[in-house]
Design a protein around this ligand. Structure first.
Ligand code: 9WO
Length: 244
């Protein structure tokens, strides 16, 4: 997979991508991340990339010509491959694990990061395939959301995680939140690890984890329960929880 990031602030990506899973995935050639500076595509002497909004008001809007040139450069060589151009903005469709899975199907992902008041609407109309929001808040630009998207995507690529299967147990892959985790010591400040986890009985352990995941989801995010297939056992546990 190739990911091209179009941004006025490529240096923002250096730290985060130099650590963790993303770096390893790059080293293993699972993903190639290209940083494209919009400013390099401005043709005037001062390399202007923003301008005042028509209609007045404060702030600045990203000019269409350099952005169009940057997007087209990012798409170069993607003929005959699955390519998608995404704009990160609060007006986009909500980002979820399902959408992360869907995006792993592309060979070429072009992420457009806006700044200031955003991009000229004609870029959105003519060159953006999808607009994605990672949550209902306004940031100063699309760079952090682009990093969030990339991190969530890259860990889904086969071979990116140490244990290839491990993301399949993540919260959201099951549609539920995660169960509680414990590691050594057995007792910490008077708090003990639940006996069942020390029992070595894997059937009991799995059952406990399923129940805890269900319990947490029910308490914190009951909205998520509408989308998951619940077993008969799950329904029994939910009935118990409601009785408490
Ligand atoms: C800034 C602004 C200033 C004055 C009047 C109106 C204004 N709107 C904005 C604005 O929404 N700026 C955005 C900043 C433009 C697109 C890039 N920016 C951004 C992306 N902020 N937050 C996101 C984002 C992206 C994905 N998911 C959550 C938030």
């Amino acid at each position: 997979m190739r990911i091209s990031i179009i941004t006025l602030f490529p240096e923002m990506f250096v730290g985060p991508f130099d650590a963790s899973i993303v770096k390893r995935a790059c080293e293993r050639n699972l993903v190639e991340i290209r940083l494209i500076n919009t400013r390099d595509f401005a043709t005037d002497k001062h390399k202007v990339t923003v301008d005042y909004p028509y209609g007045g008001g404060g702030g600045m809007v990203m000019k269409p010509e350099p952005l169009a040139a940057a997007i087209e450069a990012a798409r170069q060589g993607s003929e005959g491959t699955k390519c998608v151009t995404v704009y990160l903005s609060p007006q986009g469709e909500p980002y979820k694990q399902d959408l992360a899975m869907e995006l792993t199907q592309y060979d070429n992902l072009v992420l457009v990061c806006g700044h200031y008041e955003g991009i000229d609407e004609r870029i959105r109309e003519s060159l953006i395939d999808r607009e994605i929001s990672i949550g209902d808040y306004v940031l100063s630009g699309g760079e952090l959301p682009a990093m969030v998207l990339i991190d969530s995507l890259v860990r889904l690529l086969p071979g990116a995680l140490h244990n290839e299967m491990s993301w399949k147990n993540d919260s959201f892959s099951t549609g539920l939140l995660d169960w509680p985790h414990y590691t050594r010591p057995e007792e910490f400040r008077g708090m003990r690890v639940p006996d069942v986890l020390l029992s070595g009985n894997h059937q009991k352990i799995d059952e406990w984890r399923c129940r805890k995941a269900l319990e947490r989801t029910w308490r914190v995010r009951p909205d998520l329960l509408k989308k998951v297939q619940l077993s008969e056992q799950d329904h029994k546990w939910l009935a118990e929880l409601r009785r408490e």
